[in-house]
Design a protein around this ligand. Sequence first.
Ligand SMILES: [Zn+2]
Length: 425
Amino acid sequence: MTYLGSPRQVGLEMASTDELTEKVASRVDGRSEEIQDLFVRMLRIVSVNPRMGGPGERERADFLESFMKGKGLSVVRAEVNDPDSPGGVRPNLSAKLEGRDNRRTLWYISHMDTVPEGSRDLWKTDPFEPTVKDGKVFARGAEDNGQSLVASLFALLTLKELEASLPYNVGVWFVADEEFGSGYGIAQLLKRHLFTERDLVVVPDAGSPRGTDIEIAEKGLLWMKITTKGKQVHGSLPKKGLNAHRVGMRLAIELDQLLNGKYRKRNRLFDYPVSSFEPTKKEANVGNVNTIPGKDVFYFDCRVLPVYSLDDVEKDVKKKIQQFERKYHTSISFEAVQKEPAGPATSENSEVAVLLSRAVSKVSKVRPRFTGIGGQTVGNLFRRDGIPTAVWSTIDDVPHEPNEYAKIANLINDTKVFATAPLLP
Ligand SMILES: [Zn+2]
């Protein structure tokens, strides 16, 4: 049973869940201007990832740290050395409230960095001067990931001010470098063992317009580059050479049949419920029609259900390559340009999935559904470390686009969801 405040404040009766939810909602509604104000001020501070030509997260982190300290939170600042970034370190910030069981924490993880604005011509407003219009805030990073960052921060403050008795700790992390692989953010924090398998991790960095989708699984990712060597000759003398393009095409077709034929299991969580193996990029070969190419390069984008191992896929590909090398007396090289295995799907019955879905149905008044996605979030890094993780937010899904925005109603709603979750019995 959970109640808010000290017995003196709320009387000795225990508040019902409905009362608690309403109390949280009215507190959050009462400070909606303050929430919006912090959101706008934060978005004004450019925090484009330094690997994408920006200044990085430092100024935004300083701003957030002083705001949080001003509200009486004690802030942990975990810095990661990055000599190539302005200032030489990348900041990650955390704050938490203690619960009755202080060995485990419900974490809300969001990121401070953004991608660049892209082509300015496509923006109707200045991407770094947030503009409020029709209930939306337009700015780079408004949706990805500013909305969730500010929502989780105000959820924490609301719980603190209500002096809520929490079943476990509730905390936030505002991390660096999500847009460029998380090497200076979550990946480092996981190496420093700042999370445990008993923690409840929510990554509000993907979502759906009505907040129905709770993502609990992601596919493994493998980008393959395959280079076939041949012998370049004049177009009229094919016997003298070896047409690398023909060998490459045949190989691509056989790989397509092999992989799509063999890895056929389905998982209904995913909108695209099977693994995908798609031939995508093709490098240009010769510049003229009358030369037989001596080199061929093609790529596959593979998105593999978590039930399969990427190593097995790679083994199958290499075996097929060897057959081709013997058949055509040539050499063919394989390179995994990108390889991110999927962590095990988080169970629909896991504590974090159940907790979040109850909070969503209570506050957002929608019926949540569990989903899987073909892309990857930092949720996958937690799952790979054995930590169950749910990915959720209410967003129109416009990250990285020109005229990116967040709806103020979603910002307020998600603040309520995050604050309500740990109060549900
Ligand atoms: Zn993001």
